[in-house]
Ligand binder design. Sequence first.
Ligand code: O2Y
Ligand code: MN
Length: 596
Amino acid sequence: MKLEDLKNEKLKSWIKEMADMCQPKDIYVCDGSSEEYDRCMQELIDLGLSHPLKKRKHSHSFRSDPSDVARVEDRTFISYPNEIDAGPTNHWMNPDELKKTMKELYKGSMKNRTMYVIPFSMGPVGSPIAKIGVELTDSAYVVCNMHIMTRVGTKVLDVLGSNGEFVPCLHSVGAPLADGEKDKKWPCAPIEKKYISHFPDENLIWSYGSGYGGNALLGKKCLALRIASAMARREGWMAEHMLILRLTNPEGKRFHIAAAFPSACGKTNLAMLQPTIKGWKCETIGDDIAWMKIGEDGRLYAINPEAGFFGVAPGTSYDSNPMAMDSIRENTIFTNCVETDDGDVWWEGMSEPPAHGKDWKGNDWTPASPDKGAHPNARFTAPAKQCPIICADWEDPKGVPIDIFIFGGRRASVMPLVHESYNWDHGVFMGSTAASETTAANIGSVGALRFDPFAMLPFAGYNMGDYMNHWLEMGDKLGDKAPKIFYVNWFRKNADGKWLWPGFGDNSRVLKWMCERVEGKIDAKDTPIGRMPKDGDLDLTGLKIDEADFKELMRVDIEAWKNQANEIENHYSKFGDRLPQRLKKQLEELRARLSK
Ligand code: O2Y
Ligand code: MN
């Protein structure tokens, strides 16, 4: 389709304005067809940036620039006129100043490149919960990834019509080409020139300088979390960093679970759970993001706004996540993995290593090499429909009704395997105080503890104190139809550093307990931190777990929790008067219970 043929005048004039600034050699409007995907991929193959994989049908391997391997939190901005509206956990710049700086960078940034216009829908096209975005990008790699991760093309323009609303998303890799020049390597700009900017008052996204993942596929973290969270607050719904799954018990009763864990804490694994308990079945709806609205019956309905998985490769194997492994057998893009000599990809934790390959930097690699073969944040981009346990209703436009919310993080100590909140406010307290030890997907030191409220620390599009308040207000609206809230920790270790819980498929045992609590089938034990399973209520049938280890896994260490309460107070102090009083009260109540 040509630019002139676009029916939406607002869209047309925005594209023209951006093209005047970025000066691409031409403009191409994406139709979303498989031929278009193949053409873009072929261009990347011809440049030597994409390597077709002999062993996986219609799949390709890429190596990014070593400076462009992950989301750049330090270069991510939430821009409101007043800094306080971005809050203490976001990087802020004044919108006029930020736009002035970025306009200078965008000027001519697409020279000798094509500007691709990608109309995309987050959520099933036409769903009342879905939103439309349009990404302008100079990266064919982004086009291919967006084809997988979102619903792209003419069908979206049809829904947009002549005066529909869309979120404008401008993206440039920030590497203009000289006349006759072609990309020889992954194009991007140096770190100090990268900007991932959000203007929530205008529902606007400007990204410059990175071609990688969340920095460049603007439907994902930028739109579906940062901009959507601000929209959701204004419009009375929720945009959350949550997987969605359906669990069916042996009697055929269905439960829908949405779970928030910080990046790289196993959301994809839990979303594709293979239960180890007899008669229970899990189906995947989404592995990263949930958009939820209150339905006519007063319950909370969730959709997965995405159409694909952008999963962490290292550690993914037929042992840890067979459903993910089956999802990536074909039609998949791999970034920063090892390329094996026989035309496949490999990463640490996948299987026995190949005798020889090329590492993520393109160097010869063998198991004896001193460095890892794949980057720790190497990724696969795969269509969600390829997941063997994708739920038949994963694209239901009205969503699925949520019964259970789970928060969690990676904690070697303090947090027991599972506890349940006493009520909604206590559950919001749990979410607002969620904390995790950091991994390679976060920028910063690995292994440090960071509070990550609702797993949204890098993704909230407004002041986190107001975000907490929005959760409280949603609870007020939902009343007795609100999902029950739980907190889990799959990662507790004993004094010798040994994992106390097997995790993976055995996490179904914990989910079973939650479902039985929802059904009111079983009672629970009150503890200072929340409700916990009574002896014998957590189904450990067939599991070899030492009694002492299990006791340690479930132990509430009062002294450690008193210390935790102090850390929470410190964490809360950042939010000043934006911290809801109701959460201060929760902290006081926790302390009172710990002192009894
Ligand atoms: O590093 C990136 O650009 C990807 S980050 C990511 C990708 C998929 C799902 N979640 C995340 C995340 O950081 O939460
Ligand atoms: Mn994520």
